[in-house]
Design a protein around this ligand. Structure first.
Ligand code: SF4
Ligand code: SF4
Length: 352
C-alpha cells in the first residue's frame, strides 16, 4: 500500500524555518491530531559540540508554536548516548544544548533528557523479533501517546543512511538499549594499516583498545561496539565485517523502532534534508556537505519518510554507500518493511 509522504522543497531565499512553515501549512490535518492538552514529545538531537548541521532551535520553534496554538503541551526531548562527549549524562547534555541555543526561551518549550541524569531510567518491554526479544527504553517512552520525530538526515558510519528510523531506534532507547543494538559490532584492527597514532585509544569510551606489538589492539570482551574508533581512524585501519555485522545492526535498529513505535498512538515523522554530512551529528565536525540542500519530508509512516528522502537524495548516485562499501541501509529498508515498521511504497505530495 502506498503511503503519502509530503515534500516541501527549499525555495530560494526561504530559509529553513520558512520551508518548515510551508510544510506545516501543507500537513495541517496531520499536525492537528495533537490536540488540546496533549503532551507532545518532539524527538530531536542537538548533536555533538562541533556539529553544525543539526536542526536549529528557531526551526523547532515553528512547530512548538503551532502545537501550543492548538492547545497542546509540547516538549523537546533526547536521551543520553553511550560514547564519549558531552551527552553521556543529562547535566552535560543539557549544558551542551543550552550552549547551542536550545534554551526554553528559544524553543518556546522545555528541553528534557528522557532517561534521567545518568541514563539509568531503562524499562524492558517484551517484543518478538528475530534478533531482539525485549527492548530497553526510558519509562517516558512506555507512557507516551503523542510523538513528533524531527530528524536531520545524514550519512552514518554503520547504517549508511540516517533519518527518522535511526532517530527512533537509537534516540529513543535507553543507554542499555543502545548498547544492545550495537552489540553485534566487532571491530578489529588491520595491523598492516595501523601506524599506532593512538587516536582510537584516546577515543574509545571503555578503554577497550591498547597497544600490542607496536599496533593498536581491540579487546573484544570490553568493546561495546560504539563505532567511535572506526570514525576516529584516519587510515581506515579499523574494520568490521561490513556485510554481516552491519546488516544485523540494521535489523536490530528496525526491530527497536518497530517495538518503540507500536507503543505510541499518534506519530508524525519529519526529515530535514539540509546540510547533509557524511557522518551523523553525533560525530560530525564540519564535514563537507555531500548533497545540496533539498527540503523537508513528512509522513505518518517512519519507513516511507526515510525511503522517499533517500530516493530523492540518491537520484544520481548512492551518496550514503561510501563508494559501495556500505549497503546496510538498503537491507534496513527491506527488513523494516518485513517486520511491519512501515511501507517502502509511497506517494510523494509536494506542498506549496
Ligand atoms: S587510529 Fe588507526 S592508525 Fe591510529 S592507532 Fe588506531 S587503528 Fe592505528
Ligand atoms: S573498540 Fe571501538 S567500537 Fe569498541 S568500544 Fe572502543 S571505540 Fe567503541
Amino acid at each position: 500500500m502506498e503511503t503519502e509522504v509530503y515534500y516541501s522543497a527549499l525555495k530560494k531565499g526561504q530559509g529553513h524555518a520558512g520551508c518548515f512553515e510551508a510544510m506545516i501549512r501543507g500537513i495541517e490535518a496531520d499536525v492537528s491530531q495533537f490536540g488540546e492538552g496533549s503532551f507532545v514529545g518532539i524527538k530531536m538531537t542537538v548533536g555533538d559540540e562541533k556539529s553544525t548541521g543539526h536542526i536549529k532551535p528557531e526551526v523547532v520553534r515553528v512547530l512548538v508554536e503551532k502545537l501550543k496554538g492548538q492547545g497542546a503541551r509540547p516538549f523537546v526531548f533526547d536521551t543520553n548516548v553511550i560514547y564519549s562527549g558531552h551527552r553521556q549524562n543529562a547535566v552535560d547534555h543539557l549544558n551542551l544544548a543550552y550552549r547551542k541555543g536550545f534554551t526554553p526561551d528559544n524553543l518556546g518549550c522545555p528541553y528534557i533528557i528522557a532517561d534521567s541524569v545518568f541514563g539509568t531510567d531503562s524499562k524492558s518491554v517484551k517484543v518478538d523479533f528475530n534478533n531482539v526479544k525485549e527492548i530497553k527504553v526510558p519509562s517516558l517512552v512506555t507512557v507516551m501517546e503523542d510523538l513528533i520525530v524531527l530528524s536531520h538526515v545524514t550519512g552514518h558510519i554503520m547504517s549508511g543512511f540516517a533519518g527518522s528510523m535511526k532517530n527512533v531506534a537509537m534516540g529513543m532507547a535507553s543507554r542499555a538499549g543502545k548498547q544492545i543494538q550495537h552489540s553485534s559490532l566487532k571491530p578489529y584492527i588491520d595491523t598492516a594499516r595501523c601506524s599506532l597514532c593512538g587516536t582510537c585509544i584516546e577515543h574509545c569510551p571503555v578503554s577497550a583498545i591498547s597497544e600490542h606489538s607496536g599496533k593498536a589492539f581491540i579487546n573484544s570482551r570490553l568493546c561495546i561496539g560504539c563505532c567511535e574508533c572506526i570514525s576516529a581512524c584516519k587510515l581506515d585501519a579499523v574494520n568490521i565485517n561490513w556485510k554481516e555485522d552491519a546488516d544485523i545492526f540494521a535489523e536490530r535498529m528496525a526491530e527497536y523502532a518497530c517495538g518503540i513505535l507500536s507503543m505510541i498512538k499518534r506519530k508524525l515523522f519529519i526529515n530535514f534534508a539540509f546540510d547533509v554530512t557524511t557522518e551523523c551529528d553525533c560525530i560530525a565536525g564540519d564535514d563537507p556537505r555531500i548533497v545540496s540542500d533539498t527540503g523537508i519530508f513528512a509522513s505518518k509512516d517512519v519507513l516511507a519518510v526515510d525511503k522517499a528522502c533517500f530516493d530523492m537524495l540518491t537520484q544520481s548516485r548512492d551518496i550514503f554507500s561510501r563508494g559501495g562499501r556500505i549497503k546496510a541501509h538498503l537491507h534496513e529498508f527491506e527488513y523494516a518493511q518485513k517486520v511491519g515498521l512501515g511501507s517502502t511504497q509511497y506517494k510523494l505530495v509536494e506542498v506549496a
